[in-house]
Design a binder for this molecule. Structure first.
Ligand code: BMA
Length: 320
């Protein structure tokens, strides 16, 4: 699979490294966009498709479909996604942000933070990234960072999420839920709490699942964001964990150090400074290459690269 890639620069010592041409999506790619970030992509046809968080120049949070041949140059639809088919009670659009996309069988499912009396997890599916069929919200408000697993586990759809409050939540644990039909969710299980400050401070305030977990022989590799509350506001970095393949609420390992934290100017300057927020990853099993898409400073979208097996080893070796 021809996923975006650039070899590790000679002076780079981290497990993952940034693309030299970051950011790949400028804030004003659309005439109407204030910012394009925290977005999700998947292989589609001969190339890639995605669902993008585009905040417009009214600062309304909208989702837009996009297409790309190479995963780097994106063409994003000018019209935002108009969901179809839902009960009007939940189908009346309020806002949507931080989408994730996953292919399960022959459907692409989209989950996002959906406005319904506060943030909760919206769900929809598409086959062509043109018509999006909306499903019921997965959970009650308030919840964010709903991320589906890429296959059913024990015959059920499986989702991670992060119950929260209505504001800029100062807490947050990751939970696991399952569903027979993508409508009724239950059997909720606790996965991870924020880390102890003295062990790993970048993830000590709140955490949330990032890209769709990737199945490896050692467990599900979960890349997740973590937040440190500094004297100057929240700082969003990301790290990795390994979850049990059959019981993903069991954490097998969790990285102490981050994989990436806001350090470049485009990560430290923007509408919300000091944010790196991953929402998608592409893996090529033949080469083990991984391309991670992450939002920067709530303004633009960037890419980072690494080898999946290196990240698995890093997770085990540095586990807290
Ligand atoms: C979170 C979400 C993200 C955002 C982050 C930093 O609560 O709103 O979309 O990137 O805050 O502002």
């Amino acid at each position: 699979m021809n996923i975006p890639w650039e070899d590790r620069p000679a002076n780079e010592t981290g497990v993952i490294w940034r693309y030299s041409a970051n950011p790949i999506i400028p804030r004003n790619l659309l005439a109407t966009s204030n910012s394009i970030f925290n977005s999700a992509v998947v292989p589609f046809g001969d190339g890639f498709a995605g669902v993008f968080r585009c905040d417009d120049t009214n600062r309304r949070m909208r989702l837009h479909a996009g297409f790309s041949r190479d995963g780097i140059q994106w063409s994003i639809e000018e019209e935002d996604i108009r969901l179809t088919g839902a009960d009007p009670e939940v189908g009346t659009w309020v806002y949507g942000y931080d989408p994730r996309v996953v292919r399960i069988d022959d459907r692409y499912y989209v989950t996002w933070c959906n406005g319904y009396h506060g943030p909760t997890i919206g769900c929809a599916w598409t086959t062509d990234f043109k018509v999006f069929h909306q499903l019921e919200n997965a959970f009650l408000p308030f919840n964010r960072n709903g991320v589906l697993f890429p296959r059913k586990i024990d015959g059920k759809f499986a989702m991670l999420s992060r119950p929260s409050d209505n504001g800029h939540t100062p807490f947050g644990d990751i939970f696991y839920s399952e569903s027979p039909d993508m409508e009724f969710w239950g059997r909720h299980r606790h996965v991870m709490s924020p880390a102890k400050f003295e062990l790993s401070a970048w993830q000590c305030t709140k955490i949330g699942a990032g890209p769709v977990p990737i199945e490896t022989r050692e467990g599900w590799l979960l890349i997740f964001h973590g937040v440190l509350a500094s004297c100057n506001g929240f700082v969003y970095s990301f790290g990795s964990a390994l979850l049990d393949l059959n019981a993903p609420w069991k954490v097998l390992a969790r990285s102490g150090p981050y994989l990436l934290s806001p350090q470049r100017s485009y990560e430290c300057m923007g509408d919300v400074p000091n944010v790196t927020f991953p929402c998608a990853a592409l893996h090529d099993p033949d080469t083990d290459r991984l391309a991670i898409y992450y939002g920067c400073a709530d303004t633009v979208t960037s890419l980072a690269f690494g080898y999946l097996n290196d990240i698995v080893e890093f997770t085990k070796k540095t586990s807290i």
